[in-house]
Design a protein around this ligand. Structure first.
Ligand code: SF4
Ligand code: SF4
Length: 440
């Protein structure tokens, strides 16, 4: 089931769903080179000159359905774009009012807001702090790296405006996390990026996103690719810098992604463990302990987070906002029905069901599950289609981190359920061992 059938709440079965709402569609005040969403303006055929702003009726319908579709102690709204702050503070005050109108007794309502930060000011930050929004701030590292691709419509870098937002978020004690895109440039400068986020931005929580897009991504939906067109792992045309590359030049390569994670991981382990929160590393600790991966991209099942455009159109996932993956519209179907539909469940279970045999036999399947299906556009060296573009990088990182994660867990008295040094395996092979670890 995609539905969380947890313990009872308010005398009924617990029921949860998650939607990333885009109240301003793909509209944005800046123009990042690698943005995966700006092109939706053409793909989804927004009427020329027509505002992609979610109208009052759609907004209220959405908030009501989102609350009515859940039965949990806390309901979390996620606002994304495009750039949602374009809508102005009054729009967000209205959102909070509508949430209060439909808020059931004993249920907490929380909000996430993803932003490029350039429009934030004191008034915005007072509001975000007052209503305890969790802000996701996009920042790619020091000035040169950030400005390479995160530019305004005139082509100028947005670094100074984003750093102003960082100061404001700290000043007003707004809860925030940083989202950093790992592209062809940032992937080559892992420590500059990480130390900047840690020491200058003082990021309370770091999320790194590998940038991977095929050249056809603006118009072609994932999984509609012809298997025969997929290149084999190791083909030079999978490198972003190759003149005939199938991916955009600003993407990270698989190898560079692995090297980036390794460099940041070693710095984190040696200096910052327990002090700095890096989402991928915390998730890895969980999976080595035998728990479920909290991240959809590395988990067994996906499709738990739908995406909704400003007109109420609902899609299977934020990375699948293509006409082929529309599951309905809130003016015609209820959100919870779409979220729990057989179509959506099929989408979610396909993540595990369609793994290549290379993934099935992989030592790190438990930590990766073939990563996001959006990135499964290459063939294994044996020619099987549907392998993840980032596979080599993920494997390199997991191989590197395995012994250290084992060490961390044993040193803190936790079980090691997975990996090459997992408890049962070591005991079986080496009954007298008490602690085995090779830290280089
Ligand atoms: S398609 Fe990718 S991003 Fe979407 S839910 Fe699945 S793993 Fe997550
Ligand atoms: S590391 Fe590669 S082979 Fe292993 S599960 Fe991930 S994508 Fe599949």
């Amino acid at each position: 089931m995609l539905v969380t059938q947890g313990p009872q709440f308010n005398g009924k079965a617990s029921k949860r769903l998650h939607v990333m709402a885009k109240p301003i569609g793909a509209a944005c005040n800046i123009d990042c080179t690698y943005c995966y969403y700006l092109s939706k303006q053409d793909l989804l055929e927004y009427k020329k000159g027509c505002s992609p702003k979610m109208d009052d009726e759609t907004l209220e319908t959405y908030i009501r359905q989102y609350i009515e579709g859940q039965n949990t102690p806390e309901i979390i709204f996620s606002w994304q774009g495009g750039e949602p702050t374009i809508l102005g503070l009054a729009y967000f005050r209205k959102i909070v009012e509508l949430q209060k109108k439909y808020q059931p007794a004993g249920v907490k309502i929380a909000n996430d807001l993803q932003t490029n930060g350039t429009l934030l000011n004191d008034e915005w930050c007072e509001f975000l702090a007052q209503h305890q929004f969790l802000v996701g701030l996009s920042i790619d590292g020091p000035e040169l790296l950030h400005n390479a691709y995160r530019t305004n419509k005139a082509g100028r870098g947005t670094f100074k405006q984003v750093m102003k937002a960082v100061d404001l978020l700290h000043k007003h004690k707004v809860k925030f996390a940083t989202l950093t895109c790992v592209n062809n440039l940032t992937s080559k400068n892992p420590l500059d990026v990480y130390r900047f986020l840690r020491d200058v931005v003082k990021s309370p929580q770091m999320q790194f996103i590998p940038i991977v897009e095929q050249k056809t991504f603006r118009t072609t939906a994932p999984q509609t690719w012809h298997p025969q067109t997929q290149l084999r792992q190791g083909d030079k045309r999978l490198n972003p810098w190759h003149k005939n590359s199938v991916v955009e030049p600003w993407c990270t390569s698989a190898e560079a992604w692995g090297d980036f994670l390794i460099a940041v991981f070693d710095e984190w382990v040696n200096n910052d463990i327990g002090k700095v929160f890096v989402q991928y590393f915390e998730a890895s600790v969980e999976t080595w302990m035998g728990r479920k991966n909290p991240l959809c991209t590395l988990g067994e099942i996906c499709g738990k987070g739908l995406a909704m455009e400003s007109n109420g159109d609902v899609f299977t996932c934020d990375h699948y906002v293509y006409p082929e993956y529309q599951v309905g519209n809130i003016h015609h179907q209820k959100l919870d029905e779409m979220a729990y539909s057989s179509e959506q469940q099929k989408f979610g279970f396909a993540k595990s069901r369609t793994l290549t045999s290379q993934c099935q036999q992989c030592d790190y399947k438990f930590a990766c599950y073939g990563e996001c299906p959006k990135n499964r556009f290459i063939r294994t060296k044996d020619g099987e289609p549907g392998l993840n573009y980032l596979c080599a990088g993920w494997k390199k990182f997991f191989n590197h981190a395995d012994s250290t994660l084992t060490y961390i867990l044993r040193a803190t008295g936790h079980p090691v359920a997975n990996g090459k040094f997992r408890d049962g395996l070591l005991k079986a092979h080496s009954p007298q061992y008490s602690y085995v670890h090779n830290r280089a």
